[in-house]
Design a protein around this ligand. Structure first.
Ligand SMILES: C[S@@+](CC[C@H](N)C(=O)[O-])C[C@H]1O[C@@H](n2cnc3c(N)ncnc32)[C@H](O)[C@@H]1O
Length: 420
């Protein structure tokens, strides 16, 4: 019932999962299936809800737990490799075991059987935009062309691939890992495997990082020995890239818990960085040769991994976060060395307020900063990833599958500046 809890409290699935899993105490394999069901429930929430609405004479249940129960049952029937009878039986069993849902058991049984019988028709007639909630359809309809909106919706229905960033480029890692080298340099696994069992994990030869997430730190073009600030650094994917390039990195984040993961990552990779638990806005004056600001954002570029975000966030979150980004960006500029220091601002959002408009307003209010356009050659020659102003704008459908059967990448924005 993590899905119900997440919907009710508008808290991310990741945040409610740990506690829910501890309470349920499921064996690892069952927990993995439960998580796949919850993720699929969110990924296809619009399609599933519509299918249920059309098959419930009384309309959708107001009770979140009942709604979540039906969604998890239908997700298994429609989109997961679970036999229909097992999906129906386990969902009915959950209803029977719950005092408040007990009287719905017959209804659950009937509606899920009907969903199973009508599966092909449900899938064939599903609206291509059904899984994009209205607030995002409105935003993306304004920001992007109609064909792009459809491509985004389609990309978000796919599960994300697992990409790796090599600590050191080269070597025979693609063969050893059964991976394909993407044009941008990341490796993409062709099969889903236990990460810790893969060759090179213990020796710290690579780390998991989406192909798009690996681009912003590269745009900083750090050189060995440079002093670099990684602001909003945890859990540290970009810190690892900067440290692996030989920079003396100061990694800053206000979350001590998330920084623990960054420390563990540094340890496994045998890399070093100075780690500071602090609010970027409260950092004392000092300057760095290069600064990376990977600001907190609505994360609408990561819906393939975190489909819950689409159903839990709202316009108000974008406004609030964009305001925080503006303040963080000004602080990041102050920390950039005058006379040539570089600054890269990035977010994993598809919203212009958290990307293009943020960069435009920044340049307008900071005459001490100038833009350093990104060249397509810096992102593997993929021209579609760089806009006319020389900003990186990756979209989830823009990475071809390169023979892995798993296309796609996170949606990221990055702009590069130099301090005069
Ligand atoms: C997008 S995540 C960073 C991901 C990270 N750069 C990476 O590549 O693994 C944003 C981070 O910003 C941190 N954060 C949010 N507001 C902050 C602030 N005012 N000062 C410092 N860190 C902040 C959050 O704790 C979160 O870890």
């Amino acid at each position: 019932m993590a899905l119900a809890q997440s919907l009710k409290s508008r808290t991310s699935l990741d945040d409610v999962w740990e506690e829910a899993a501890r309470k349920a105490a499921l064996p690892a394999r069952d927990e993995a299936l439960a998580r796949a069901i919850a993720i699929t429930g969110f990924r296809r929430f619009g399609t599933i809800r519509e299918a249920l609405r059309e098959r419930l004479t009384q309309g959708l249940p107001a009770d979140e737990r009942m709604m979540a129960l039906l969604v998890t049952g239908a997700a298994q029937i429609l989109f997961l490799d679970v036999p229909d009878h097992a999906a129906v039986a386990t969902t009915v069993e959950v209803a029977r075991g719950d005092r408040l849902l007990l009287h719905y058991a017959g209804l659950v049984n009937a509606v899920l059987r009907r969903v199973a019988r009508e599966r092909d028709a449900i899938i064939a007639s599903a609206d291509p935009l059904a899984d994009v909630p209205p607030w995002l359809q409105a935003r993306w309809g304004e920001a992007y062309a109609e064909a792009t909106l459809l491509a985004l919706a389609n990309a978000h229905r796919q599960e994300a691939a697992v990409d790796l960033t090599l600590r050191q480029e080269g070597g025979d890692w693609p063969e050893r890992l059964g991976a394909v080298r993407l044009p941008t340099g990341s490796l993409r696994l062709t099969e889903r495997m236990g990460i810790a069992d893969l060759p090179g994990f213990d020796e710290g030869a690579w780390w998991v990082q989406d192909a798009a997430a690996a681009l912003p730190a590269r745009l900083l073009r750090v050189e060995a020995g440079e002093r670099v600030a990684d602001l909003c650094a945890a859990p540290g994917g970009k810190t690892l890239q900067l440290a692996a390039a030989g920079a003396r990195v100061v990694a800053v984040d206000r979350s001590a818990k998330r920084l623990e993961r960054l420390q563990a990552n540094l340890k496994r990779l045998r890399l070093e960085a100075e780690v500071r638990v602090t609010d970027v806005l409260a950092m004392p004056d000092e300057t760095f040769d290069a600064v990376l600001l990977d600001a907190p954002c609505s994360a609408t570029g990561t819906l393939r991994r975190h489909p819950d975000v689409a159903w839990l966030k709202s316009d108000a979150d974008v406004t609030r976060l964009a305001d925080l980004q503006t303040r963080l960006l000004d602080r990041a500029a102050d920390l950039t060395r005058p006379g040539g220091g570089r600054l890269v601002f990035c977010t994993c959002s598809l919203e212009p307020e958290e990307g293009e408009r943020q960069a435009e307003a920044f340049l307008a209010r900071r005459p001490d900063m100038e833009r350093v356009p990104v060249e397509p050659a810096e992102v593997g020659g993929l021209e579609a990833l760089v806009n006319a102003r020389g900003e990186l704008r990756t979209l989830p459908h823009l990475m071809p599958d390169m023979g892995t059967g798993r296309p796609g990448m996170d949606g990221f924005f990055a702009a590069r500046f130099r301090r005069r």
